[in-house]
Design a protein around this ligand. Structure first.
Ligand SMILES: C[S@@+](CC[C@H](N)C(=O)[O-])C[C@H]1O[C@@H](n2cnc3c(N)ncnc32)[C@H](O)[C@@H]1O
Length: 309
C-alpha cells in the first residue's frame, strides 16, 4: 500500500482492505480467542496504550541498531541509477480515459509514488531473466509493461496470487504465468531456481502468524535463495515504524517489518540496496533534487542475497 494518503482517499483504501479481507479467509466464525484484541497476549496492538509509547515508537530520528543500511549504495541509486531510467517513466497518474484496465497508472491504491519508479528502474538496470511475484496486482501491471517495452518480452514473470483481480485473471501480455494459490502451497523448487540478478518480489499479507504466507517466505523461501537474487519487500518503513495513522486511524496491525528488521540485524545473508522510506527520511533534499517536485511516499525495500546463512 502507499504511505502518503490524502484524507479524501482514505475511504477508498479502507474499501480496498475490505475487498482483500472478504476475498481471503477473513471470517472469524469458529476461531477461538483466549485473549481480547490489544491484550498483551494478542498480536493486535493496543492502540490506546500506544498513547504512552508514542515518543519511543515514533521518535523524531529513529535509529536501527545492528543494520548496515549501505548508505553509499543507496545514494548511488539516487544519483546514478534512478536518473538513468526515470526519464522514460511515462505512466499517467490517473487511469487514462477509455484505457484498458490492465494499463498501469501511478496513483493506484497499492503500488505507487517512489515505489513504482524504483521498480521501473530496478527492472531496467538488472534486466532479470525471471521474476516471481508473491502478491500481485498493480505491481504486476507495471512489470509486465516494462517487460514488453524495455526488456524485449524476455522476462519470465510468474505471479502468485490467491485472489487475483479480474485484469490478472483475464491475462496480461508480459505476464508469463499466474499461479492462483497461496504461496504456502507453491513448491519450493519454484523459488530455488531463481539465479543471480533474478527478482523475488514480496508483497503479500504482511502478517507473521502460525501457518502464514509471511512465515513461509522468511523461514522456507529466503534461506534457500541463491546468492545474487534481488529481493523486494513492500511496506517496510525503516528507519521508522509502521505509520502512526495506519495503527491509530486505519486499524492496520501488520508485523512483517519486525521480522525483516531481525533478519537484517548483524546479517551476513542480505545486503541493503535501496529503501524508499529510508532515503525519504535520511536524504529528503537529495530525493527532491533528483526526482523534483513534491516528496514522494514509499515503502519498497530492495535487498540482495549475498550468501547462505
Ligand atoms: C498489499 S496487496 C499487494 C498486491 C500487489 N503487489 C499490487 O501491487 O497490487 C497484498 C496481496 O497479497 C495477496 N495474498 C494474501 N495472502 C496471500 C498468500 N497466502 N500468498 C500469496 N499472496 C497472498 C492478497 O490477495 C493481495 O492481493
Amino acid at each position: 500500500m502507499t504511505l502518503i494518503w490524502p484524507k479524501a482517499t482514505v475511504l477508498k483504501r479502507i474499501r480496498e482492505a475490505a475487498r482483500i479481507l472478504l476475498k481471503g479467509t477473513g471470517s472469524s466464525a469458529g476461531i477461538r480467542k483466549a485473549f481480547a484484541d490489544g491484550h498483551f497476549y494478542s498480536p493486535v496492538v493496543d492502540t490506546e496504550a500506544l498513547g504512552r509509547d508514542m515518543a519511543r515508537v515514533w521518535p523524531k530520528t529513529a535509529e536501527l541498531w545492528g543494520i548496515d543500511f549501505n548508505e553509499a549504495e543507496q545514494r548511488r541509486w539516487l544519483t546514478e541509477i534512478l536518473p538513468r531510467h526515470l526519464p522514460d517513466y511515462d505512466y499517467p497518474d490517473e487511469p487514462s480515459f477509455g484505457a484498458d484496465e490492465s494499463a498501469f497508472h501511478t496513483k493506484n491504491s497499492q503500488f505507487s509514488w517512489l515505489d513504482s519508479r524504483t521498480l521501473f528502474a530496478v527492472l531496467r538496470e538488472f534486466r532479470p531473466r525471471r521474476m516471481i511475484e508473491i502478491g500481485s496486482g498493480f505491481s504486476s501491471l507495471l512489470t509486465a509493461d516494462v517487460n514488453r517495452r524495455f526488456l524485449g518480452d524476455r522476462l519470465e514473470l510468474i505471479c502468485i496470487e490467491p485472489y487475483p483481480r479480474p485484469f490478472l485473471r483475464k491475462g496480461v501480455p508480459g505476464i508469463s504465468r499466474l499461479i492462483e494459490s497461496r504461496v504456502q502451497d507453491v513448491p519450493l523448487d519454484t523459488f530455488t531456481c531463481l539465479e543471480a540478478g533474478d527478482v523475488l518480489f514480496i508483497d503479500s499479507s504482511h502478517v507473521a502468524k502460525t501457518g502464514s504466507d509471511v512465515n513461509f517466505v522468511y523461514f522456507e523461501i529466503l534461506p534457500r535463495l541463491q546468492p545474487g537474487v534481488v529481493v523486494h519487500i513492500h511496506d517496510i518503513f525503516f528507519p521508522g515504524d509502521y505509520p502512526k495513522h495506519w495503527l491509530i486511524d486505519l486499524g492496520i496491525h501488520w508485523n512483517e517489518q519486525y521480522l525483516v528488521r531481525a533478519m537484517l540485524m548483524d546479517s551476513h545473508g542480505f545486503e541493503v540496496l535501496f529503501g524508499c522510506a529510508y532515503v525519504l527520511d535520511r536524504f529528503p533534499d537529495l530525493v527532491r533534487q533528483v526526482l523534483g517536485g513534491d516528496l514522494y511516499g514509499g515503502g519498497s525495500l530492495w535487498l540482495r542475497r549475498i550468501g547462505r546463512l
